[in-house]
Write a protein that binds this ligand. Structure first.
Ligand code: IPM
Ligand code: MN
Length: 353
């Protein structure tokens, strides 16, 4: 297979983990005789500094030319505490989502046996947690009409039937491939937009008779996720609820540095870790590269390269088992490995496999 990858390393620890993802991808492609090429492009604070735009046209075009985007992280503290800043790194992320039509954000919540003790929840609650949150990514309050003056402000939670149908279709299809349980999360007891979501989901459910579809209010879902995460298989929800619930989901497994995500839609798909740019760790060679490396596994999955994806996951699990881990997940008395060393170990494992 021929793969052209746009590499958007972004800010903070982004560039360090990006390199490890790229190296892993190169090693796997070499092994399976795929042709892969990479093209770097700027985004986030780095792009604001360089050209005044967090997602410049040249980066957009680079993404359009590519088969997939390997994204790392954006964000810089110098913009966080300035409510008057005209441009922010995060706007680059939103622009990328909108321009590439990335309406579906797929965030798996999976646990790694050897890290369960890191979860803030009791082991017996977390043990069997294995679900996917599918978040609608280009609609709702993020992109609806907004207004702000000194005395009032509003954001509009706008959704069309088309937007709801396409994300629900994807969610039903994911459920079919998994344990056939879909939970539609909404706030239909209060919000009109949620009532339309629920109505459309009820219309579509008979098309997937094998799927056990249920509905849950978002407040209740937030509670259920920590009480009984194993209840969930596939969860689908609108943009804002999904933003909140996926952060909650990421801590369940106790290892945010290990979770990857995929955003797919109308054009080039994007694969990225769910964590942020961790500016304090920039250049220190301490950031965990595993989420970025696992996003490469999701990339291979997307192109139906199952063996390639499985090899990446095997290599990651082997590194954990061998205690080749970055400081935040290292066992007591374990040797010190940095971002680079973990990445290099995994590349070696792949070459020798
Ligand atoms: C995420 C992030 C973004 C979001 C921010 C950085 C704009 O929190 O990807 O979940 O709110 O979608
Ligand atoms: Mn978020």
């Amino acid at each position: 297979m021929n793969l052209k990858i746009a590499v958007l390393a972004g800010d903070g620890i982004g560039p360090e983990i990006s390199v490890q993802g790229v190296n892993v991808m190169k090693a796997v492609c070499e092994k399976f005789a795929h042709q892969v090429s990479f093209e770097d492009a700027i985004c986030g604070a780095a792009a604001i500094d360089a050209v005044g735009d967090p997602f410049p046209q040249s980066t957009f075009e680079c993404c359009q030319r590519a088969d997939a985007v390997l994204f790392s992280a954006v964000g810089d503290p110098k913009y966080d505490n300035d409510p008057k800043a005209k441009v922010r790194p995060e706007q680059g992320l939103l622009a990328m989502r909108k321009k590439l039509g990335l309406f579906a954000n797929i965030r798996p919540v999976e646990t790694f046996k050897c890290l369960i003790h890191k979860s803030p929840l009791r082991a017996e609650i977390v043990e069997n947690a294995d679900f996917i949150c599918i978040r609608e990514l280009t609609g709702g309050m993020y992109f609806g009409e907004k207004y702000q003056d000194n005395d009032k402000a509003y954001d509009t939670n706008f959704y069309t039937r088309h937007e709801i149908e396409r994300i629900l279709k994807l969610a039903f299809e994911y459920a079919m491939k998994r344990r056939r349980h879909l939970t539609v999360v909404d706030k239909a007891n209060v919000l009109a937009s949620s009532r339309l979501w629920r109505q459309i989901a009820q219309e579509m459910a008979p098309l997937y008779p094998e799927v056990n579809t249920d509905f849950m209010y978002v407040d209740n879902a937030a509670m259920r996720m920590i009480q009984e995460p194993a209840f969930f298989d596939v969860m689908v929800t609108e943009n804002t609820f999904g933003d909140i619930l996926t952060d909650e989901g990421s801590v369940i497994s106790g290892s945010m540095g290990l979770l990857a995500s995929a955003s797919t839609g109308e054009s080039t798909p994007v694969f990225e870790p769910i964590h942020g740019s961790w500016p304090q760790a920039k250049g220190k060679n301490i950031a965990n590269p595993l989420a970025q490396i696992l996003s490469v596994a999701m990339l291979f999955d997307y192109f139906d390269l199952k063996e390639e994806a499985a090899l990446v996951r095997r290599a990651v699990n082997a590194s954990l088992d061998a205690c080749v881990r970055t400081p935040e997940i290292q066992v007591e008395g374990g040797a010190h490995y940095g971002t680079r060393e973990v990445g290099e170990w995994i590349v070696r494992y792949i070459r020798q496999a």
